[in-house]
Design a protein around this ligand. Structure first.
Ligand code: PEP
Ligand code: MN
Length: 449
């Protein structure tokens, strides 16, 4: 028994044009790697995917909040315990701020354990007289600007699987093994953030939580139970490389349903959401919660059709619309979309990506984003949804637990001249740990209403 559409199969996308696919130089070698991956175990399980869908169903109703965030592009060489731990810590901190001060349960979803493939606006990159294929993420090629590094290598798909697996393993250990226990709420605060005003705000909140826990313990509640000691952190990535995604798409042995077991949640990027394209075909048949990025180029009728194709049963939690218009544009583009989706009766999670519409190149040549623009788009997102009678259900962020200098502004007032100090991203600029907490405190007020 399968609830996937009758004329769908994990490979039916092959019949449709697939945008953004790397030109693998040796198709036979590529096929061989896909076959190998199709025999590997799934990275996540159907029961976990269904649990995420349940919280997202609440987010669609305004009773929970989606916090989705992580690197723009994960880096194979950063699959280390400290790096994963710092990302997890900041996600846990933001989530506790949103839960405690915002008053809603939070679905924590990392852009993690598989965010290795990037869509590009140009197939080639030119510097001076040299021109090589664009970097498409660690699962395809390597960022160094040489012909050899930029050659797509299908062995990277296999490495991507293993790196996702190792990341997932540590995430499970941290979140189920005591690291995410509420009584460790102080320990999640980063050394370089702790003494800042934002870090101090966090300490105050952590202290209140510690006191509440002591109180619960005193009156005899079991504060060692999983509810206090464990966290659910889910994984997500842009499911761009459909061959890899197909290879990890499996039937759930208990229900017979098809799930893409490469991550709990997967999303379609702004560049691959064509109605007649291979990505929509693949996504319509897997039962994971799915996201679609919607930028200023959207067409209203096509978007309504896309919603019907991806969520024909109108199941809440199945579909998240991740809007990314830019601070100056959200007021023009979001209201008609929110109104039309509401009038059509579609149940979706409305999620704000305040990053991708606010990217610009600084004088220094670095790609950056301004914290004020990011906050501006988030603020408008909330007020527009409140006045349209739709629920602002989540945010989608590019962020890291490291002390990077990639986005301008925030508590430490990063300026143009500071960008070079620790500009470490492989792709788009991320909020650092302090900017992420700063955003979370603002968000909590908006969520609380
Ligand atoms: C991204 O999320 O990194 C990305 C490429 O976004 P978008 O598809 O919205 O441009
Ligand atoms: Mn990005």
């Amino acid at each position: 028994m399968s609830d996937s559409p009758a004329n769908w199969h994990p490979s039916s996308w092959h019949q449709f044009p697939a945008a953004q696919m790397p030109p693998w130089p040796d198709p036979a070698e590529y096929q061989e790697t896909i076959k190998t991956i199709s025999q590997f175990p799934p990275l996540v399980f159907a029961g976990e995917i269904r649990a995420l869908k349940e919280i997202l169903a609440k987010a669609a109703e305004g009773e929970a909040f989606l916090l989705q965030g992580g690197d723009c592009a994960e880096n194979f060489s950063q699959c280390t315990a400290p790096y994963i731990r710092e990302t997890l810590k900041v996600l846990l901190q933001m989530s506790i701020i949103l839960t405690y001060a915002g008053g809603k349960p939070v679905a924590k979803v990392g852009r993690i354990a598989g965010q290795f493939a990037k869509p590009r606006s140009s197939n080639m990159e030119k510097i001076g007289d040299l021109e090589f294929p664009s970097f498409r993420g660690d699962m395809v090629n390597s960022p160094e600007f040489t012909a050899e590094a930029r050659r797509p290598d299908p062995q990277r798909l296999i490495k991507g699987y293993y790196v996702a697996c190792a990341t997932m393993n540590l995430l499970r250990a941290f979140t189920k093994g005591g690291y995410a226990a509420l009584h460790r709420v102080h320990a999640w605060n980063n050394d370089f953030v702790k003494n800042s005003p934002i870090g101090q705000n966090y300490e105050v909140l952590a202290e209140q939580i510690s006191k509440a826990l002591n109180f619960f313990e005193t009156i005899g509640l079991d504060v060692d139970s999983p509810r206090f000691n464990q966290a659910n952190v889910y994984t997500s990535h842009e499911a761009l490389l459909l061959g890899y995604e197909e290879a990890l798409t499996r039937r759930d042995s208990t229900t017979g349903e098809w799930y893409d077991c490469s991550a709990h949640m997967i999303w379609i990027g702004d560049r691959t959401r064509q109605l007649d394209g291979a990505h929509i075909e693949f996504f319509r048949g897997v039962l994971n919660p799915v996201g679609v990025k919607i930028g200023p180029s959207y067409n209203l009728d096509e978007t309504l059709r896309l919603i019907e194709i991806l969520n024909p049963e109108n199941e809440p939690g199945r579909l998240t619309l991740i809007t990314r218009f830019g601070a100056g544009k959200v007021g023009d583009y979001l209201p008609p979309l929110a109104r039309a989706v509401k009038n059509a009766g579609h149940k979706v999670v409305w999620c704000c990506d305040p990053m991708h519409g606010n990217t610009y190149v600084a004088e220094s040549g670095h790609k950056t984003r301004n914290f004020d623009d990011i906050m501006g788009e988030v603020g408008d997102f909330f007020s527009i949804h409140r006045s349209e009678g739709t629920n602002p259900g989540g945010v989608h962020l590019e962020m890291t637990g490291e002390n990077v200098t990639e986005c301008i502004g925030g508590g430490r007032k990063i300026e143009n001249d500071h960008l070079k100090l620790n500009y470490a991203t492989q792709c788009d600029p991320r909020l650092n740990a302090e900017q992420s907490l700063d955003l979370a405190f603002h968000l909590a007020q908006l969520v609380h209403g």
